[in-house]
Design a protein around this ligand. Structure first.
Ligand code: HEM
Length: 260
């Protein structure tokens, strides 16, 4: 049998995966399921592209890295834009099926934690929110113990003649990224002396800004949909989410701007 569109994409399997739980059916539950599944697919691609950008950076492949950052940045813009669709669901409509979610929550998304960890927002404690019996906690823990994008970026900078502080090269990879003043001095120098690298730095800043934008838009979505209610994942909801708002992934790229 020749390969077809449907068999290549495994469409019968894919289109079987949307199973609303409400009876009688609540119209908007289909939207809620589809959009979360789409997000998980985008997270899968973000991780795939992140692995590539890490290889590009460590191999000192500037053009490869630029191409991959452009793709990553565009995916993030799409991720943020898609929240508009879910905002067409009213609080009343969500309330009609919310209890069907039981304790299920984006809080348990192991791929989202993988993304956070890959980009250096490492918090060992959050892996406990990933249900152990589903076998996904290991994936997040593996990312927690792996070098983050910032570590690969340091490899790249070192290959380009930047004096990367020794403490960054020898750091414990399970720790979150923290700002480093000596690196900032070096980055500032590169901004003036190696304009070809500025494109890369600005693309990384775009990605960082996009990630912060997603957090902000998700909080606003949550606020307009459930207000001050607690999350289905058991957190205080909006107040919990605000704790990671405005935290940059690449703090050194933000810290030098007033010095330019
Ligand atoms: C009506 C729509 C939504 C509501 C009311 C909502 C609500 C919440 C709440 C209250 C939390 C805090 C954890 C908890 O206690 O449950 C949370 C976390 C989270 N949600 Fe949503 N959410 C919605 C849509 C989405 C969508 C579309 C995504 C896309 C994947 C998503 C992904 C996440 C993630 C990844 C977290 C963990 C964030 C973190 O720990 O910083 N949520 N959500």
């Amino acid at each position: 049998m020749p390969l077809t569109y449907s068999t290549y994409l495994r469409l019968p399997d894919l289109l079987e995966l949307q199973r609303p739980r409400s009876t009688p059916a609540e119209h908007d539950e289909m939207l809620f399921i589809v959009i979360h599944q789409v997000y998980e697919l985008w997270f899968k691609l973000v991780l795939h592209e992140t692995d590539k950008v890490n290889r590009d950076l460590s191999a000192n492949d500037l053009y490869g890295a630029i191409a991959t950052w452009k793709r990553l940045r565009t995916i993030l813009k799409t991720l943020v834009g898609q929240l508009d669709i879910l905002e067409t669901m009213t609080p009343l409509s969500f309330a009609s099926f919310r209890e069907r979610l039981d304790t299920a929550s984006g809080f348990q998304s192991f791929q989202f934690r993988e993304v956070e960890f890959a980009y250096g927002y490492k918090r060992a404690g959050v892996t406990t929110s990933i249900p152990e019996h589903e076998g996904h906690r290991e994936a997040a823990e593996a990312r927690l113990g792996s070098r983050s994008v910032m570590d690969h970026f340091c490899d790249f900078l070192a290959r380009r003649g930047v004096k990367v502080p020794a403490e960054l090269l020898a750091r414990d990879v399970r720790e979150p990224t923290s700002p480093n003043e000596a690196l900032q001095d070096e980055l500032l120098r590169v901004y003036h002396e190696q304009p070809e690298l500025v494109i890369l730095f600005e693309l990384m800043t775009d990605f960082d800004e996009g990630f912060q934008e997603w957090r902000y838009r998700h909080i606003k979505l949550v606020e307009r949909t459930i207000g001050a209610k607690r999350g289905t994942g058991g957190s205080p909801g909006v107040e919990f989410l605000k704790q990671s708002l405005w935290k940059p992934l690449f703090p050194d790229l933000w810290a030098i701007r007033h010095r330019m």
